[in-house]
Design a protein around this ligand. Structure first.
Ligand code: SF4
Ligand code: SF4
Ligand code: SF4
Length: 236
């Protein structure tokens, strides 16, 4: 019973779902999102599913999210457990739903069982992806084993993958070699110690990162040149 009452780390929620712990507080298990889904993607967890009972989830290998442009499952949520804002964009001053902003999870490739990594041609996941060439790209690599063939391997971008699971559904291996995992499990976090010095947006990310530890000192606030040439303390 406990397993079915607490937050489930391995569950995939509908588009726009709040962070799992908040989602569980807000979802009243009314099933309106499930009713609204035209593809029967969403289900409510029942006893024995080992998922928080009565809450909506999906299993991409069975039925993925087809990324409806009008996202009917989200606006019907009466409590905001599915947050319309998180799957919307502002277009010419007005709010529009945008399913490409959904973050249901992240597709991860098992390079040992993906046959493309063996050198066998397969692009099933790439072709199934609604955001092909952004969420999944095919990377060309020389096959040094044969010396005359190429690998075309699927690479997923955590920036644009929505976690819809269409790739997982399409995968040709017995158990999918590409699988959608909840973001908290699949995604790393760089932290504030590394920064792309060539990217202004990344500087902003570091400024916004909350941390109790800071490496900023009086000296590091200056540019490296100031500090080497004009720091009187160095020449005392
Ligand atoms: S976006 Fe469409 S397919 Fe995906 S869960 Fe919502 S209603 Fe179902
Ligand atoms: S889950 Fe797969 S199909 Fe869906 S956006 Fe991500 S890479 Fe594309
Ligand atoms: S469909 Fe499966 S086996 Fe084929 S390239 Fe994609 S992940 Fe690999």
């Amino acid at each position: 019973y406990l397993e079915e009452a607490k937050a489930a780390p391995l569950i995939l929620r509908p588009p726009g779902a709040l962070k799992e712990s908040d989602f569980l507080k807000m979802c009243i298990k009314c099933g309106q999102c499930v009713e609204a889904c035209p593809y029967d993607t969403l289900m409510l967890a029942k006893p024995g599913d080992t998922k928080p009972m009565g809450t909506p989830f999906f299993i991409p290998r069975e039925i993925p999210c087809y990324m409806c442009t009008d996202i009917p499952c989200v606006p019907v949520c009466p409590t905001g457990a599915l947050d319309e804002k998180s799957v919307s964009k502002i277009e010419e001053g007005s709010k529009e739903l945008d399913i490409t902003k959904a973050k249901m999870g992240l597709a991860v490739v098992d390079t040992e069982s993906c046959i493309a990594f063996w050198g066998i041609q397969c692009d099933a996941c790439y072709r199934a992806c609604p955001i092909m060439d952004s969420a999944i790209t095919l990377e060309y690599k020389r096959n040094t084993r044969t010396g005359k063939h190429a690998y075309l391997i699927p690479i997923v971008s955590s920036l644009t993958c929505t976690g819809c699971g269409l790739c997982e559904r399409a995968c040709v291996t017995e158990k999918a070699a590409i699988r959608v995992l909840p973001l908290e499990l699949a995604q790393g976090a760089i932290g504030a110690h590394y920064i792309k010095g060539w990217d202004k947006a990344d500087e902003k990310r570091v400024e916004e990162t909350k941390s109790d530890v800071t490496t900023r000192t009086k000296r590091s606030e200056k540019s490296a040149q100031d500090y080497l040439n004009a720091d009187e303390e160095l020449f005392k």
